[in-house]
Write a protein that binds this ligand. Structure first.
Ligand code: HEC
Ligand code: HEC
Ligand code: HEC
Ligand code: HEC
Ligand code: HEC
Length: 306
């Protein structure tokens, strides 16, 4: 009997120690923990996030330059926010600013960790279904959110940018034994596959002109979208004669900085007269390339005709 009481007591003490150990995750302000603390258990999600642009929001070169090496105060809060808030209530996290938009920005508020489920976690947590709604992203992505709202949306931001697949929230032994498979949102929010689904590109080869049509079929907002960065989609049409010599080349640039993004579902049609030197057996080619300064180009779509 005595033994049982002692063991039960020890277990209780251990449980309390564990709980209080993870209570530090609920601290905010200059005691906010680093994302590395979450990586102890949420390895897959941490791995995806660390490759995501949210993780680089504060340290990337374009932001560093455009904010005059962090001297423009009005720019900083959104790029390393303490917590989710309306656009004009965002506050800069006083610590770990190099982590940009990190785990605690999106999951920690009111000294509580919020998730879409209602699970028994090692730390305290509460359910908040707003994580599954586009409004969750709106405070920081106001211009894109407005475009999305007016596009009679069928999918949320999360359904495209954080698609859910089956996996474990905690793939680390021994906790992995106690965590069944669940639906996990992908924390790498933009990737080549998504960009390749953004648009359709087609052409018609005529006797004296060619017609190129590009349609924003897959975004739910303008292509590209945003008001701060320099994001572009570049449509290049090229005509070569039978001998392979280029006789025509033209670029159309859709750019966030010029405000010329293609609205959702809109088709842009270009008619190019055939140059005299094209001959009868000319070849035509069109490509749509995703360009962000300082990153490798990504081919979003292409069209070819002999
Ligand atoms: C606390 C503010 C904040 C919240 C909340 C937020 N974002 Fe972002 N997001 C940013 C910032 C700042 C960047 C710019 C990152 C950079 O510097 O490249 C960004 C970048 C992105 C990008 C990539 C742009 C690029 O540079 O390629 C996508 C996609 C994106 N966010 C989607 C979302 C979605 C979807 C949500 C909601 C689930 C969301 N964001 C929530 C601030 C936020
Ligand atoms: C000691 C391991 C451990 C650490 C460290 C940890 N978590 Fe968790 N977390 C868990 C477990 C266990 C669950 C529940 C998993 C399950 O049942 O599938 C969970 C669940 C969650 C959920 C989902 C809650 C819900 O009900 O929807 C969120 C969000 C979360 N953790 C965020 C975080 C964040 C943010 C950090 C870092 C500050 C963190 N976790 C650190 C173990 C951990
Ligand atoms: C830009 C905001 C954002 C950031 C940064 C972010 N999360 Fe999430 N997280 C979300 C959203 C939104 C969901 C709900 C997605 C869903 O299930 O569709 C979510 C879901 C989760 C869940 C529950 C499983 C799931 O996918 O539903 C866990 C656990 C979690 N996040 C942990 C983390 C950890 C750990 C980090 C840091 C490495 C992190 N998150 C960074 C927005 C974010
Ligand atoms: C139907 C799928 C879909 C939905 C819904 C969607 N996006 Fe996107 N998003 C994309 C695709 C595809 C791209 C890449 C092509 C592009 O440039 O627009 C993208 C790109 C982005 C970018 C990077 C800038 C850019 O244009 O490359 C940001 C930021 C972004 N989305 C935020 C959001 C936010 C915030 C929401 C919700 C309000 C949202 N997205 C809803 C598919 C979607
Ligand atoms: C309300 C939130 C918010 C504020 C304030 C903000 N940004 Fe951003 N920033 C974003 C988001 C969201 C993105 C992602 C693309 C977009 O929507 O333009 C971004 C992207 C960027 C990028 C592109 C990063 C890359 O990877 O290429 C630069 C540069 C940038 N911001 C500079 C600034 C500067 C300079 C200021 C101050 C004048 C500022 N931002 C203020 C939210 C914000």
């Amino acid at each position: 009997m005595k033994k049982i009481v002692i063991i039960a007591g020890l277990v209780l003490v251990m449980l309390c120690l564990v709980a209080s150990k993870y209570d530090s995750f609920l601290e905010m302000g200059d005691k906010t923990v680093k994302s590395a603390a979450c990586n102890e258990c949420h390895k897959t999600i941490y791995g995806d996030w660390s490759k995501d642009f949210h993780a680089k929001a504060y340290v990337n070169d374009p932001f560093k330059k455009a904010s005059n090496a962090y001297s423009k105060q009005e720019c900083l809060a959104c790029h390393a926010a303490q917590e989710i808030a309306q656009e004009n209530s965002l506050k800069l996290r006083p610590v770990h600013q190099d982590e940009g938009i990190n785990c605690t920005t999106c999951h920690l508020r009111n000294n509580m960790i919020y998730g879409p489920y209602k699970l028994k976690a090692s730390h305290k947590s509460e359910k908040d279904e707003s994580l599954l709604k586009s409004e969750f992203c709106a405070g920081c992505h106001q211009p894109t959110y407005k475009e999305w709202q007016t596009s009679s949306p069928q999918k949320t931001c999360q359904e495209c940018h954080m698609p859910r697949t089956e996996g474990k929230l905690v793939p680390v032994f021994p906790l992995s034994l106690a965590t069944p498979k669940r639906m996990v949102g992908h924390h790498l929010q933009i990737n080549e596959g998504l960009i390749k689904g953004a648009a359709s590109l087609s052409g018609q080869k005529g006797a004296d002109s060619i017609v190129i049509t590009v349609t924003n079929t897959g975004t739910g907002h303008a292509m590209p979208t945003g008001k701060y960065g320099d994001y572009r989609m570049v449509l290049t049409t090229q005509i070569t004669d039978a001998g392979g010599k280029e006789v025509f080349s033209k670029e159309e640039i859709f750019s966030t900085q010029k405000g010329t993004g293609v609205p959702f579902k809109k088709a842009m049609r270009y008619i190019y007269p055939l140059p005299a030197g094209a001959g009868k057996a000319y070849k035509a080619k069109a490509t749509l390339v995703y360009q962000v300064s300082g990153r490798p180009d990504i081919l979003a779509a292409s069209w070819n005709a002999e």
